[in-house]
Design a protein. Structure first.
Length: 228
């Protein structure tokens, strides 16, 4: 960060602040498949296929369901992210949580998950006072359509709405495609790898962790590295 300007940290949630691959991603996949089977009216195998296909094609299963099946966004988010007993599924590292609380600068949570789910995770982690704002899927809307990460227009829109300089923003993420898009609009980027290294679920499962693409500013395995 040049000069004396303080950074604005934009943190992803799942597999960045906590280990979503530990239990949460598996539970979410089951809940989404259940929803598709029930509300789209297809067999279980087809529901699984559509969940994976739409995530791969659109970056979020929900976007495909809205486009091709007219699914209600609020209903889908409420049903699939209800996750009874979520607090028992959430797992993180004490050193990461301590580092987040000590990290100087503004901290905003920017997640493709619904805001209510994100806040429940933060409460479970004891981080509910750590972030000045939670920006979830519902707020990532432009021109009448939802445009979650990695949509570059959304990054600009969020920055303008909250009066942030893109060059002051540092996106801390486990997902490379989100960082690539953020870097294209002038943000700095950090690839958080701790939870992605052994991930069975998520976009970076089986990714080559030793590489550092040109759009990645730093590659870290623990959040306390941000304090240096």
């Amino acid at each position: 960060m040049s000069g004396k300007r303080r950074p604005v940290w934009l943190f992803d949630l799942d597999n960045t602040v906590h280990n979503a691959s530990h239990h949460v991603f598996g539970a979410l996949n089951v809940a989404m498949t259940d929803y598709i089977e029930s509300h789209v009216g297809v067999e279980r195998a087809e529901a699984n296929r559509l969940r994976a296909l739409y995530w791969s094609r659109y970056g979020a299963t929900l976007l495909g369901l809205v486009r091709h099946h007219g699914v209600s966004v609020p209903h889908f988010l409420a049903q699939t992210h209800a996750l009874p007993g979520l607090g028992d599924l959430v797992h993180s590292h004490a050193h990461d949580l301590a580092a987040l609380k000590r990290l100087p600068g503004r901290k905003i949570l920017l997640t493709n998950a619904p805001a209510a789910y994100a806040r429940r995770v933060l409460v479970a982690l004891g981080l509910q006072r750590c972030f000045e704002r939670v920006i979830g899927f519902e707020e990532m809307r432009m021109f009448g359509e939802h445009r979650p990460k990695p949509d570059a227009r959304m990054y600009r829109h969020i920055a303008a709405r909250h009066r942030l300089r893109l060059t002051d923003c540092v996106l801390v993420e486990d997902t490379l495609v989100h960082q690539k898009s953020a870097r294209s609009v002038g943000m700095q980027t950090v690839w958080m790898q701790r939870w992605a290294r052994q991930a069975l679920h998520g976009p970076e499962a089986s990714a080559r962790m030793r590489r550092r693409p040109v759009y990645v500013g730093r590659r870290i395995g623990q959040l306390n590295k941000l304090l240096r």
